[in-house]
Design a protein. Sequence first.
Lengths: 304, 222
Amino acid sequence: MSTSVLYDTPGPRAKVRNALLTVLGVVLVGTVLYLIYAGFDAKNQWDGRIWEPFLQAETWEFYIIPGLIGTLRAAAVAAVLALIFGAVFGLARLSDHRWIRIPAGAVVEIFRSIPLLLLIFFIFYLAPSLFGGGDYAFIALVTALMLYNGSVLAEVVRAGVRAVPKGQSEAAYSVGMRKNQVMRLVLLPQAVTAMMPAIVSQLVVLLKDTALGYIIAYVDLLNTGFKILPAAFFGSLIPAAIVIGIIYIGLNMALSALANWLEKRSRRSRKTAAPPVAPPGASVLGVGPGAGSGAGAEAVATME
Amino acid sequence: MDELITYGPQLLEGFLENIKLSLVAGVFALIVGTLLVAMRVSPTPVLRAAGTVYVNVVRNTPLTLVLAFSALGLSDTLGLVFSGVPRTNSFWIVSLGLGAYTAAFVCEALRSGINTVPTGQAEAARAIGLTFFQTLTLIILPQAFRAVVAPLGSVFIAMIKNTTVATAGGLLTESAANMKEIFDTTGASIPIFLGIVAGFMILTMPIGFFTGWLSQRLAVVR
């Protein structure tokens, strides 16, 4: 239990106090749930009619599944591109040549600090004037996601390679390997193991951010589920939000669970000398002597 | 460059909206996030579970959905209205949504701060006879707060960048919506884009540097 630092095993008085707090907690949570229920009830949101579309196969076939495919397609393409972008620029930032290192660093820092939506809008409006008319929603979304998440991943790659103890590369050089060999055969294989959890948790962020496509009318889950579906079934707006919310949460939690599993695995792995890289955004925490047993694993919270 | 000058006042006004949004949502997120972390570390299983559910649900939902739901669901369908003026109402609805979303991340940052305090610190405090309240306020929290300065800084930087998503919540006066509107008339304009980006950098970079500097200054040497 990660919170054990805060209190002792309860004695008789503390047990009574805890029981009282539990009752109070139940009442509090119950009140909030009841208020939500009553609020919905007042606006007839429990009406069977508006929930019914979600029991019909057609709703899923024509609205939700195509949207989900759109979301997953954008996420998959953007993830692959972002990983390539991240690997290239992460390694470029580690280069010994200043003329590679500095421009790569500038690119990474700039794209990391631009709000993603502004980047999407810009590419969305820039593309037609460069390449002629057409539908650029997918391209704009994927390119922006690649640039932003790729830049974050570049930092992860850099941190991963740096996390490999210096002795590893010194030993490799001393047995006569070239720079290229040291990176390819010694540093990278160990770094990849260490940065796997951080990469997966950034991919969760990427998957969540595909929902920004809604704003430029890309046909994703949020668009078909929250714009087109409620227009077809009048009044089903809130049920639609709840259903697609559950789908998004399920997808992301599955990915997060994968990240936690990878983290646990890399923690006990003997294949790497590098400690696991903290996910971006939680960078200061989760490592070091103070980290409790669950601190690193649970600090997979990343925003943006 | 001419475009940037022509549309300057409008852009500036939109940018001010982003700043106002950040301030309101930031304060709201801090308050709710602190309450949530109190729930998540409390000795009461019910409150702990409620906090965990909130954080996991909100953290895994796209912000676009949260804001679109706040506007179309909470405000239009369920009738949560702060003001009769649509623009003011959107502002408060978006602040509420963004604050509620950011609160989950604030909670996680604070909680991982408590986790960085070694168990030995609390054990030592109890061993010299400090009460629970004394242990918490004199030993644990001072160390925890120092550890979360930098992560909280990055949460707030991310939140400032996220104010651009306010468009999804129907607030059409802030920078992103402004930029889109201008692009609709002028086409993609590089100076305008760079101008807005520079604005955000001027806003976020000092926060990053300041919290980084502060966290190093306050770091607990163990």
